[in-house]
Design a protein around this ligand. Sequence first.
Ligand code: SAM
Length: 272
Amino acid sequence: MSASHDQYALGRSPQEYARLARQAEIMKPMTERLFADAGIRAGMTVLDLGSGAGDVAMLLAEMVGPGGSVFGLDLDHGAMQHAQERAIAARFHNVKFVHSDFAHYHPDAPLDAIVGRLVLMYQADPAAALAKLRKHLRPGAVVAFLEPWFQPPPGPDSTLKTTVTCLVETLRRSGAHLDLGPRLHRVFEAAGLPLPKMRFEAIVDGRDDSPLYQYVADTMASLLPKALEYGVPGADKLDIPSIPDLIRAEMNAVGYAMFVAPMVCAWCRTPS
Ligand SMILES: C[S@@+](CC[C@H](N)C(=O)[O-])C[C@H]1O[C@@H](n2cnc3c(N)ncnc32)[C@H](O)[C@@H]1O
């Protein structure tokens, strides 16, 4: 089990699974681009690490088609039940969710790809975790990950700054690697993989009714119990329901589009 299991700051609740599904909609385009560029193709057998509510695995299930198969792993039993129910409701017959720490997972057959989104950042030693799984890959297999580059925002005090500072500090105190994105090439190398191609992406949305305002508030809501437990400064003063409107007004006042989730995508193929 990863050292950070007990400290996983986002919690495990129906609200958090719903937040993951909404986050997945926001991140779907960049995730799909990564998998297409990395070489995910019809017929492949793919392992998705830390599947959560199952959205990455279901996106992969579409990409590999009926001739392929996807295994989604998570150490959260409730999440895996929820994800499997969603996959059945969406009529995906090629995806299976398994309750397992990926550190202890042994697939029945060699894999064509291992992928993950926002998951290596929660491992005590991301490279060691990936190195263990590397031996299950076929020659010429795909490895592709999206991990963040979270930073407290600069600039004058604002609701956005207070909220994101609280969010980042809570994750940092939980042991998550907040700047894993720009370090992914080192993680791949240390895991014995080729140097990956890398791309930096973020989500920017100038619509007044952008879901990004609510997304920031929802993420803080999931983190709030841990923020209070850790005594993160300012957490006890946050009024979560008011956050979306306050941030929207702040962004409008400075004429900025809302932007979130600076992420680094990294991908490689193992030698064939
Ligand atoms: C932020 S969520 C991301 C979920 C999903 N990848 C997505 O992008 O929608 C991270 C997930 O990784 C899982 N996780 C973290 N470490 C894990 C491990 N060692 N083995 C299996 N699952 C793990 C957590 O339980 C959580 O559900």
